[in-house]
Design a protein around this ligand. Structure first.
Ligand code: MCA
Ligand code: AMP
Length: 507
């Protein structure tokens, strides 16, 4: 037996002093140093008595330590559950409880407020900071840097990533060793990653894009990463000439284009820019090429499926499309109502099948059955069409979701909170065009007959329950929501009415 994901991503670098992470102030962490840190962490897990399949929930700043917790979880046969650092304790409590996590690791600064969260969920709480301090780090320091990797099967669960749902309840996406490994292998191959690659990493590492695409691909190829804590324009511009590749959400590229320091010269050393998580406007694609001579490679993925399609590395990277199905991945376009396959050119539901497709939603068999067909096709909720040359175009969404700066935001979750506010009869959350974030969140409220809503107070009331990026940037009050004959709120009409709310990039 073996542990395919650990062996391929991590174990293969054992004893190698080659660079893995370039940090600020000229500090470098080699593969060997990183693996020793992970092995120490795995020994802490063992000492705590964690067993195979236990969930480890983690809400800590982007750091080598955070990546080492991921590696240690894989090595120990645990299930890694990364959480957005923007989530409030209220949001976190749902994930820790729902997953039944045995261990919850947070930053020391949040230890006090998250203590109750862990307690209520029956999870043990440990702290870990980006400077390698905290209760978890202290235990790791006295542990051996050798650990016998736990045997795992390709189909075993390795990660649980939560995605919000259209009903307002988040679902835990169960990902197997092979879901992650097969996808990383394909991407290394088609994007021609090698040990010589230096990836400029400015994405968060609690989502698929920054963790399973950028990091797994680099690890598998044996390359290195310039590891920046977050997308900081100055840091990206300072480091870009030392990198060979970058992965980002469209906001990264629009922000770079808006800065005159971002020139053809500093991008000369790069061999590949990849974009995903949200639509890249054809206009951005063309401007980027005009400025740098590089054509951004756009690809399409989801938490449930990792990557599904990609524009070609060699061949035409077509603006406004997400390219072709990855090798081994099938895409079909179906009629949303009947599920029947449509002919090329027609717009319908995008369905995906392949080794990348997840194992189902954690303890939600009905939800799983609704979205994952018995024949293995996953109904993405995205709408698209395949053109005569075989390129997939994403033309819309069949699900009510807003994508803001690459983060998915589900209106229902916010509407449920707004509907419960004093003076509010009902609400509708919409995403409106935003020059920096692609879409930004706006709330439309209908007031109660007897009292009017206090918008300032409402904005204050929801801060405890919602991460900052989900909070509406603007709230409006109207007399009634437009509805169709079936009584369904016509959000497209609201979007039309308010489409110019964010006129400037700074709005
Ligand atoms: C930060 N804020 C946001 C967002 N990010 N508001 C809406 N949408 C956001 N995405 C808030 C901050 O809390 C702050 O509030 C204010 O906006 C301005 O922050 P700013 O400093 O400008 O933002 P930032 O820190 O620079 O972040 C923007 C960002 C970041 C760089 C676009 O959100 C980011 O790194 N996004 C990447 C998301 C990602 O990795 N998605 C992949 C999901 P205030 O100032 O009031 O406190 S995986 C996925 O989608 C699939 C699998 C796929 O295909 O990849
Ligand atoms: P998430 O739930 O965070 O995994 O987000 C997945 C969703 O992001 C997909 O269902 C798409 O709606 C969207 N997405 C990802 N990549 C692209 C892309 N290149 N173009 C348009 N939408 C994308």
């Amino acid at each position: 037996m073996a542990n395919p994901l650990y062996d391929n991503l991590f174990g293969r670098h054992a004893g190698q002093a080659t660079p893995f992470l370039y940090l600020s102030h000229g500090k470098t962490i080699s593969h060997e140093t990183f693996l020793r840190m992970a092995a120490r962490y795995a020994n802490v897990f063992a000492k705590m008595g964690l067993s195979i399949g236990d969930r480890v929930a983690v809400q800590i700043d982007k750091s080598p330590q955070a990546l080492a917790v991921y590696a240690a979880s894989v090595q120990s046969g645990l299930v890694y559950l990364p959480l957005n650092t923007a989530y409030t304790p209220k949001e976190v409590s749902y994930f820790v409880e729902n997953s039944g996590a045995s261990l919850f690791i947070c930053q020391e600064s949040k230890g006090n407020e998250l203590h109750t969260v862990a307690l209520n969920a029956g999870a043990k709480l440990e702290t870990l900071n980006a400077d390698d301090t905290g209760t978890f780090a202290a235990q790791a320091k006295i542990m051996s840097a050798d650990y016998d990797t736990v045997d795992r099967d390709a189909e075993d669960l390795v990660a649980l990533l939560y995605t919000s749902g259209t009903t307002g309840r988040s679902k835990g996406t169960m990902l197997s060793q092979n879901n992650l490994l097969s996808n990383a292998q394909t991407l290394v191959d088609i994007w021609k990653f090698s040990a010589g690659d230096v990836l400029l990493h400015a994405l968060p590492i609690f989502h698929t894009h920054g963790l399973f695409v950028a990091t797994n691909v680099t690890l598998l190829a044996g390359g290195s990463m310039i590891f920046i804590p977050k997308f900081d324009l100055d840091a990206v511009i300072d480091n870009i000439s030392s990198a060979t590749t970058m992965m980002g959400v469209p906001t990264f590229y629009t922000r770079l284009l808006n800065d005159s320091r971002f020139t053809k010269e500093i991008a000369q050393h790069m061999r590949l820019f990849v974009s995903g998580s949200a639509p890249l406007l054809a206009e951005t694609h063309l401007k980027f090429e005009a400025r740098t001579g590089h054509r951004i490679l756009e690809r399409y993925g989801m938490t449930e499926t990792n990557m599904n399609t990609s524009n070609p590395f060699e061949g035409e990277r077509r603006a406004g499309t997400v390219g072709f199905p990855l090798p081994g991945v099938e895409i079909k376009i179906t009629d949303s109502k009947t599920g029947k396959k449509l002919v090329d050119g027609e717009i319908g539901e995008i369905e995906v099948r392949g080794p990348n497709v997840f194992k189902g939603y954690w303890q939600m068999p009905e939800k799983t059955a609704e979205e994952l067909r018995i024949d293995g096709f996953f109904i993405t909720g995205d709408l698209g069409r395949i053109d005569t040359d075989g390129y997939l175009h994403i033309s819309g969404r069949n699900k009510d979701v807003i994508i803001s700066g690459g983060y998915n935001i589900y209106p229902k979750e916010i509407e449920l909170l707004l509907d419960a506010q004093p003076g509010v009869m009902e609400s509708a959350i919409i995403g409106l065009p935003h020059k920096d974030l692609g879409e930004a969140v706006v709330g439309i409220l209908v007031q109660n007959n007897d009292s009017s809503p206090d918008l300032v107070q409402i904005a204050r009331n929801i801060t405890e329950s919602l991460a900052k990026y989900k909070q509406p940037r603007k709230l409006f009050v109207i007399n009634e929501l437009p509805r169709n004959t079936m009584g369904k709120v016509q959000k497209n009409r609201l979007r039309e009415d308010y489409q110019t709310v964010f006129k400037n990039i700074d709005d």
